[in-house]
Structure formats: C-alpha cells, structure tokens
Design a protein around this ligand. Structure first.
Ligand SMILES: *[C@@H]1O[C@H](CO)[C@@H](O)[C@H](O)[C@H]1NC(C)=O
Length: 325
C-alpha cells in the first residue's frame, strides 16, 4: 500500500515537473498556384522524446492521413518530403507540383500518449480559374407573364463572382445591364425578354461564361394584310395574314366554316421570319362562290386568334397584290 502511494506521488510530480510539449508556431494558411510549391512548417518545444506527425484531413470524410512521423515521410508520393531541422526543432512538410487534391487542412501534432496530443492546423488552398457547374439546363421555356429564376454556380478559388448580362449587353428585364448573384430572377416575363442570358463567373485567376437560352411562350395574335378586298370575276387575288406566336402556330384558312385546302383555285403559302409568320391565300380565276368572308386563324398550345377578310365582287380590277413572289 505504501509503495503504491509513493508510486502515484512520483508519477504526479513527474507530470507536473516536466514541461508540456507545445507547438510554438505553424505556417499561416497558404494559397498556392497549381504546379507550385509550398512548405508547411511546425515549430515545436519540449517535444524531445515525443513523436511529431503531419497529417492531412480527408476531404470527404474526416479521416486523417498520416503524412509523416518525426523525420520520415510516410507516403509514397515523391512530391512530398519532410525536413526535420533538429536545431530549430522544426518539422517542415514540403509539397511540390501542387495539385488540386492537395487542398485541405494539414495538422501537425505532438503525440504525448495514445490518448492525448497537442496539435495545430494550417489550410492549403489552391488558386483555380472558375468553372461553371453544368447543373442548370442551357435552355428554358417559360409561359409569358410567369416568372423564372436562372441559376449559375461555379467552382474555383478565390470564390468566383457571378454576374449576368444579355446578348449584346441588352437591357435586362429588371433594368440595368449587369446583375450580380447566383440566382437571376425574371419576374412576369414578356415575349421580348426571350433570348440568351450569359452567366459569367470570374476571379483573379480567370473566368468562365455560360449562356442560357430563354424562350417565352405566348398565344397567337393575328392581323390581315388588308381586311377588305374587291376584285372582278375571273381575276385572281391574294389574301394574307401576319401573326406572332410561340410556339409556332398551326394556321388555317376557312370560308363559310369550311377549311380551305389547296386545289385548282386555292393556293396557301407560309413564310416564317424571325419574329413573325405570314400566310397567304391565292385565289386564281375568281368564281361567284369565291366571294364572301374568309377567316385566317392561328392556334398554339397557349391560345388562339383569328382575323376576317371580306372579299367582294367589283367591276374594276384592283391591281392589289399584297405579297408577290
Ligand atoms: C400576359 O399579359 C399580357 C398583358 O396583360 C397579355 O396581353 C398577354 O396575353 C398575357 N400572356 C399570356 C400568355 O397569357
């Protein structure tokens, strides 16, 4: 019993009298270029007889990879080496030809026992030009008067700034030419808001640009070239309608509730330009039953519109050809 008490006493004395190992200094956080070199130094005190290790915290898990122990590098990677300078009690981990996988937290520890250690950490970050993630569709379709958020995210270091602009730096629906932020809201979208919106991610290393095409769906609106036309029998005539719609509409001509199709007298033609579509109905050699009311109509999944053209018989021919080939 007496021996046991003495043993405990001695142990406590030893613990208190011996100076606790300390890490005096560790390299400050590093930002390095790809392919560059860095040195992470750990300056220790009262560490004689203890193990000093460098570890790297895993990126996905919190596992630690032991890189070195005392003066020995424990990894096969030839880019890594450890220099121990006994005079200054410094353990320096040197990493050459820096790669992105080298980014992370490095920890220097003095192992005091199996359960206790003292440690300090240093973070290594690697400069990278921005790369925009491909996780938002590059084309979106919105129904007019609805709202949409365009999104853009990028990786890179330093953290990229995200900004938005339109094709030809046109005015944004919200006003202005630039918008900053990952999410670009377009509220109450109008047909004229369609087009390509560019997201730019930039940092001081470089930039990346991605375009998002926005299409706006809206119902057709249709107008006749001329709503009243007069022409004598046996002459020919062209009736026409112009319309705007997205998606592209189905166009029909009708008279007296009958759909008109091409035949000996009738010839329907369609022309599409960037913003609108035109449809013409050519009637050759007018017969008495050709006079009356014609309707051109356009329909898409958003809606429908129609226009009326009145064709009446006259004596004098009008040289009226609203569209000639
Ligand atoms: C959106 O609103 C405008 C104005 O109120 C209207 O003219 C247009 O038809 C609407 N568009 C749709 C797709 O409802």
């Amino acid at each position: 019993m007496k021996h046991l008490v003495l043993f405990i006493f001695l142990h406590i004395t030893r613990t208190y009298s011996e100076k606790t190992p300390q890490i005096i200094q560790i390299t400050e956080n590093q930002i390095v270029n790809l392919g560059g070199t860095t040195e992470l130094s750990c300056l220790v005190l009262y560490a004689h007889g203890y193990s000093v290790v460098w570890e790297k915290l895993g990126q996905e898990t919190n596992d630690l990879n032991i890189l070195s122990s005392d003066a020995t590098s424990l990894v096969r990677d030839t880019r890594l080496s450890l220099v121990h300078d006994p005079d200054s009690a410094t353990y320096t981990l040197q990493i050459r030809d820096i790669q992105n996988s080298d980014a992370g937290v490095y920890k220097c520890s003095i192992l005091i026992s199996t359960t206790s250690s003292v440690s300090k950490e240093v973070t290594l970050e690697i400069n990278n030009a921005p790369i925009i993630y491909d996780n938002f569709p590059s084309n979106v379709v919105v129904v007019e008067n609805n709202s949409i958020d365009l999104e853009c995210y990028a990786k890179g270091f330093p953290k990229p700034q995200i900004s938005w602009r339109r094709e030809n730096s046109a005015l944004l629906p919200s006003g202005g030419i630039f918008y900053r932020g990952n999410i670009f809201p377009i509220n109450n979208i109008k047909r004229e808001d369609k087009g390509v919106y560019y997201c730019t991610a930039h940092n001081n290393i470089g930039k990346d640009v991605r375009g998002i095409g926005v299409d706006v769906e809206f119902p057709p609106s249709i107008r006749p070239f001329k709503s009243r036309i007069e022409q004598p029998l046996k002459f020919s005539v062209i009736l026409g309608c112009r319309m705007e719609a997205f998606p592209s509409p189905v166009i029909k001509w009708s008279k007296d509730r009958n759909i008109i199709t091409n035949n000996k007298f009738y010839k329907i033609k369609q022309e599409t330009s960037f913003d609108y579509k035109e449809s013409t109905l050519q009637i050759s050699s007018l017969q008495p039953n050709h006079f009356g009311i014609y309707i051109c109509s356009a329909m898409n999944k958003i809606g429908f519109d129609a226009a009326e053209i009145v064709l009446t018989e006259t004596v004098l021919p009008a040289c009226f050809y609203p569209r000639t080939d």
